[in-house]
Design a protein around this ligand. Structure first.
Ligand code: KG4
Ligand code: ZN
Length: 340
């Protein structure tokens, strides 16, 4: 009997130290995410140097813990997959050096994974049989991207944000409302008790041609509104602001899916965990004959299972690996994956 294929996934591109173990291409047997959010909270955002040091402190323990939980030993690992970009250079370097060192020590293959391609693969952990072609909306703290996935590894950029990412706007509005970083999940909860039609915020670029987004103006509109009406209920501001973000994301993404003659849209990244956004996408998708799919919430936000999944797929399907000289790539785009 051949022994199962085990991939160790490592993700340290920002402020989450994540480690995962995968059996085959999609069976998650350990998934650990340690968030540094509390450490950075007092600074109002991620401090790269502190993030790097904390990844270094935490990573070895998480790897041990994952192996113990999955009841496998180091010598049962078949592949190490580590995020090599995009992200903060210091934090990327920590995960990458650790992953390469472990692969070298164990004499097993190593593969670097594009964090954005990892997000696309996150849906496979929930729906293993789903495969391209489909449209993908990646909505996170760092990115808002509409991507036509013709095949795995073959992506065409359809739209992006011209300023803030959707999650970034949520986090900044959260700050105005006195919510700690990251604010997305709390805005989700507040909006349950608010009225989404209480305040009419703008729907930036909703009617403009093309599939680009813009969220900076909307964020400023909320700031001016709060200055003018400081007594407004937080729940109503959160619900009304969220309604604007959702309106634009849903409209543009469904239009793009149709325009590219596709009937499936996957929504991934931290903001995809939003319950209001999921409901609207499913209802409006049905009206237009488009199946809208989301990963489980734990695989929406940053995790290493999606990194292990993308790495295992590439290695098992194409034999691809990376040399130990692979450097971190802070500005890596998804487009570059199509050229490999
Ligand atoms: O994918 P992710 O974990 O990290 C990046 O690659 O950026 O996304 C983080 C973003 C943050 O902006 C956070 O506020 C947002 O996802 N987020 C949410 C929810 N959970 C996390 N936004 C809306 N609703 C949620 N439930
Ligand atoms: Zn991410």
């Amino acid at each position: 009997m051949t022994s199962p294929f085990h991939t160790l996934g490592i993700e340290t591109s920002c402020d989450e130290t994540a480690v995962s173990l995968l059996r085959g291409e999609t069976e998650v047997i350990a998934n650990l995410v340690y968030t540094q959010a509390e450490i950075h909270a007092r600074y109002g955002g991620v401090v790269p140097e502190i993030a790097s040091r904390d990844h270094l402190r935490k990573l070895p323990y998480l790897v041990n813990d994952a192996l113990t939980r999955a009841e496998i030993s180091l010598d049962e690992l078949s592949l190490i997959a580590t995020t090599y970009g995009p992200g903060l250079i210091g934090p990327l370097l920590v995960g990458l050096s650790y992953g390469k060192g472990l692969a070298f020590g164990l004499d097993i293959p190593f593969i670097g994974v594009n964090h954005l391609e990892g997000h696309i693969f996150s849906h496979r952990l929930t729906s293993p049989d789903l495969s391209p072609p489909f449209m993908a909306l990646i909505v996170s703290g760092g990115h808002t991207l509409l991507v036509e996935a013709r095949d795995y590894g073959n992506y065409r950029l359809v739209g992006t944000t011209v300023d803030d990412a959707a999650g970034e706007a949520l986090d900044k509005v959260g700050k105005m409302l006195g919510i700690g970083y990251p604010a997305g999940a709390e805005i989700d909860r507040l909006a349950q008790e608010g009225n989404p039609t209480a305040i009419r915020f703008p729907r930036p670029m909703a009617s403009s041609p093309g599939f680009d987004f813009s969220f900076a103006g909307l964020k400023t509109a909320v700031l001016y509104y709060l200055r003018k009406s400081p007594g407004e209920r937080k729940e109503d501001v959160a619900a009304s602001f969220l309604a604007s973000v959702i309106d634009v994301l849903v409209k543009k993404s469904l239009e793009a899916t149709r325009r590219y003659h596709l009937d499936r849209l996957i929504v991934v990244g931290g903001v995809a965990a939003n319950s209001h956004l999921q409901k609207r996408f499913v209802i409006d998708g049905q009206k237009r004959g488009i199946d809208v799919l989301f990963p489980k919430p734990v695989y929406c936000t940053d995790n290493a299972a999606m990194i292990a999944g993308a790495g295992a797929f590439r290695y098992l399907q194409t034999g691809e690996t990376h040399p130990f000289s692979l450097p971190p790539a802070p500005s890596l785009s998804l487009h570059q994956e199509s050229e490999r």
